[in-house]
Design a protein around this ligand. Sequence first.
Ligand code: G3H
Length: 214
Amino acid sequence: MFVLVNLKTYPCDAVAVAEAARDVDASTDARVAVAPQAAQLERVAETGVETWAQHVDPIEHGSNTGHTLAEAVADAGAVGTLINHSERRLKLADVDGAVEAAQRTGLETVVCANNPAQIGAAAALGPDAVAVEPPELIGTGTPVSQADPDIVEGAVDAAANVDSDVSVLCGAGISTGEDVVAASDLGAEGVLLASGVAKADDPKAALEDLVEPL
Ligand SMILES: O=C[C@H](O)COP(=O)(O)O
């Protein structure tokens, strides 16, 4: 299972979480990665943890003030990027352009979407993976795998119908190893989570708990 920890803009110690994730990754068969804010990519990557960007824009080098260039996040040490996170929505044409920009620089891509119909559209753009996240469950601590298992199974089917090479992650409310196992049982190949680790009193213990049953 892929455990992708998005630090959003939570006031956590990104380097400490990254070091914990690096150590937990080394102790399990699970793949653990961290997505810090763009300004923290380099410091996080220096810990040796698999580092992801939270977003890239559909742009090239040029006059794009305030945008995030795929080449810049790759230079900072990111190996992958989220695109179209629920908190950073893009128009469909811009999702397509962002996937293209990421692929141009060799970044792995996870395109986020709200529901199975959108997952099908996202999968058609040719990312490495898609992540289904019902927005109403994000940050609630109520795991999507329990609250809305149909949406996870529907997303797995929708992606497979479009492109069986696109793997499916699920996210929203995932915070325990039991939630990760439930996601796996529903056909997800990974989980995208944030608050369960970034807001934990002990992020390393939270990470250990997530991968313990795997
Ligand atoms: O990127 C992560 C997702 O939005 C899930 O967030 P959460 O784990 O805090 O519910």
